[in-house]
Design a protein around this ligand. Structure first.
Ligand code: FAD
Length: 430
């Protein structure tokens, strides 16, 4: 009991500390801006603005862009160049749910409002993918344009080779909604469904399917001894019970030999066969660091994540103007998550504003276990909220009333009225 109370107290102290820290940083930057403006022009007149290039505009990159665009002094020679191939922000949390229920439009949030209010010309938005990066600049995949940078932020996140339900592997909203509708259709048609991977995406998808279609046979295959193995034993047990309660067969410590369905069956490495007419692969997320192999091969860890210093500058003293944040950065957390990606994006943003206004990038990111708080759904109307610090776990059951898992909250957070999409918001920042 004492341990759990201590966990709650420590969580509250950290959250308050974070809010205070962000407010303090805003004050410091405001003072710096006023000081710069009150002096005679500190920045040289340039024909071309200097570029702060941000690759990837999800939780980490989009928030880094917001901090930089809003906090650079108005007379700064720098502009923010955001390079992101997606037409809309992909809200990952709801993807397993929207593979099953037809709310897919809500997973795609229009870009733009977070950057409103930035001075004219401060932001250039490029709808493209970066093919490679070196010291001279970044190269775009289709146009082949080379964009030089003074500062670079790598916020390319992580990817799943299988695509859905962990990532939407296409760029436009139209293509994305079509993929989700295909998945809903295939699940509806299947009678014997196999879900591979017992992390959050696999558990949530399997339980949603079985709740929505109780007559289907759903099997979850997971290679570890427990589902949700990256979390504590109490959550593992509660998740397993949730699967059982719905009538899902969970096969642990087993891998599929291949994803091919042969004669209506899939084969496990043990030789066991399971009836299957549709398989959903929920495994294999990996940091998306491929574009950095030329610039900083030494900084890429065996997991694919980019090693960073506490300031989130990459681990290469020759590249102090290059930062990485979010899922792609190796910051020493077991469960990369959106909250920590967002906070890292803000740390990078503050450090670049400091460096671009004559200061030092002294702000640091310290991983906080409370950022890994998870709400794990176990069917359409039940969930478990869980926090843990590796030693103590605290969790409780909750009722889910909103079939779209409060997607509206995410829209609001990104400054967009739910669920209005006029497809024009992005143009306002071009
Ligand atoms: C199914 C699921 C549920 C989740 N639920 C939660 C949850 O409940 N709570 C939570 O906190 N976290 C959750 N997460 C984790 C969270 O989604 C990630 O931690 C978060 O998205 C990481 O953000 P990011 O900005 O680092 O990268 P990502 O979200 O991975 O985005 C990377 C961006 O970079 C862009 N990009 C990649 N390569 C290039 C390139 N070469 N050129 C240009 N752009 C590029 C991509 O298009 C993308 O927009 C969930 C994840 C999944 C998969």
């Amino acid at each position: 009991m004492f341990r759990k109370s201590a966990l709650i107290a420590s969580f509250i102290v950290h959250v308050l500390g974070f809010v205070g820290e962000a407010a303090w940083e805003t004050v410091v930057i405001k003072f710096r801006q006023i000081a710069l403006l009150s002096r005679t022009p500190r920045f040289p007149e340039l024909d071309e603005p200097r570029n702060i290039v941000i690759i990837g505009a999800s939780f980490a990159g989009y928030y880094a862009a917001q901090v930089i665009a809003s906090k650079l002094p108005p007379n700064s020679p720098y502009r923010v160049v955001i390079i992101e191939p997606h037409s809309h922000f992909h809200f990952t949390w709801v993807l397993p749910r929207f593979c099953v229920v037809d709310q897919e439009q809500k997973a795609f949030i229009p870009y733009g409002p977070l950057l409103k209010g930035a001075p004219e010309g401060r932001v250039r938005w490029v709808r493209e993918r970066v093919a490679k990066v070196n010291r001279n600049g970044v190269w775009l995949e289709k146009s082949r344009e080379q964009i030089p940078y003074d500062f670079l932020v790598v916020a390319t996140g992580s990817g799943a080779a299988a695509g859905l339900p962990s990532r939407v592997p296409v760029d436009t909203k139209e293509e994305g909604t079509a993929l989700l509708q295909d998945m809903q259709h295939n699940i509806k048609q299947a009678q014997h469904l196999v879900v591979v991977g017992g992390g959050a995406a696999g558990v949530e998808l399997a339980t949603d399917v079985k709740h929505m279609y109780p007559g289907k046979f759903v099997t979850l295959v997971h290679s570890r001894k427990a589902v949700m193995h990256r979390f504590g034993p109490e959550l593992q047990a509660a998740a397993l019970q949730g699967l059982k309660d719905l009538g899902i067969e969970t096969v642990l410590h087993e891998r599929t030999a291949s994803s091919n369905i042969v004669d209506g069956q899939i084969t496990l490495q043990s030789g066991r066969r399971i009836r299957c007419d549709f398989l959903v692969n929920c495994t294999g997320q990996r940091a998306t660091s491929g574009i950095m192999t030329e610039l900083a091969p030494e900084a890429i860890s065996p997991t694919g994540a980019i090693r960073v210093k506490p300031s989130l500058q990459i681990q290469d003293d020759k590249l102090s103007n290059v930062y990485a944040c979010g899922d792609v950065a190796d910051v020493g957390i077991d469960n990369p998550n959106a909250r920590s990606a967002l906070r890292q994006g803000m740390v990078v943003g503050f450090n670049i504003v400091r460096a671009a206004t004559g200061g030092s990038p002294t702000k640091t990111y310290k991983p906080f276990w409370g950022e890994c708080v998870i709400k794990l759904t176990l069917g359409l109307d039940k969930s478990i909220v869980h926090i843990g610090n590796g030693k103590t776990e605290l969790w409780w059951r909750s009722k889910e009333k909103d079939i779209s898992l409060d997607a509206a909250g995410a829209w609001n957070h990104l400054g967009v009225k739910p669920f209005q999409d006029d497809d024009g918001l992005e143009k306002q920042v071009e």
